[in-house]
Design a protein around this ligand. Structure first.
Ligand SMILES: [Zn+2]
Length: 189
């Protein structure tokens, strides 16, 4: 079964005034809305990952990590942007960037993928070289055919060892494919 996986399209990441804004998200917002509409209109399987923090996580600056507090449980910042409201959809919350992390990820996603069963996933969202990459590598490792929708993902330049180029290389080496929602949507049904 095919599915769309939407990674962390939350107000704190997607909005310029969010707690941890990702530059360039305005370029994919319209595409994300089209993807949500596509899934709704065609009853195409779609599921979401979301950061959900309480401030105790190692990734927070207060605990020696790189990030300010963001996506705190129960806040508007933690919610998906309205274009991609998760209402009625499956949602996997996580306490770190990797939804497959054995302790801070989400224990249910693995079983969900197996039960459906899902063998092909199209991924969009933010950030390409962090949470999107972790989700795509985790699924590829579990034998799922993964495609990144480049017109609906935003990458960040975090230096010579962590940017769009290093991330593409890592994902391609794991067998992840790349495409555009616009050119693939006609073949999905
Ligand atoms: Zn986080």
């Amino acid at each position: 079964m095919k599915a769309i996986c939407v990674v962390d399209v939350q107000n704190d990441f997607m909005n310029a005034d969010g707690a941890l804004p990702v530059p360039g998200t305005d370029k994919i917002r319209g595409k994300l809305a089209q993807i949500a509409k596509f899934a709704r209109d065609n009853r195409f399987l779609i599921f979401f990952t979301q950061d959900e923090h309480d401030g105790t996580e190692p990734e927070m600056q207060a605990n020696g990590g790189p990030f300010p507090l963001h996506c705190m449980k129960g806040t508007i910042g933690q919610q998906n942007i309205p274009e991609m409201s998760p209402l009625g959809y499956t949602l996997f919350t996580k306490k770190c960037y990797d939804v497959f992390d054995p302790t801070l990820g989400n224990n249910y996603i693995e079983q969900y993928l197996k039960d459906a069963p899902i063998d092909q996933v199209f991924i969009c969202g933010v950030v390409g070289n962090i949470c999107v990459e972790a989700a795509s590598l985790g699924m590829a490792k579990r034998g799922i055919d993964v495609t990144i929708w480049d017109d609906a993902v935003v990458f960040m330049d975090l230096g010579p060892d962590n940017n769009i180029g290093t991330s593409w290389k890592k994902m391609a080496a794991a067998g992840v494919g790349f495409g555009l929602f616009d050119s693939m949507k006609g073949m999905l049904l």
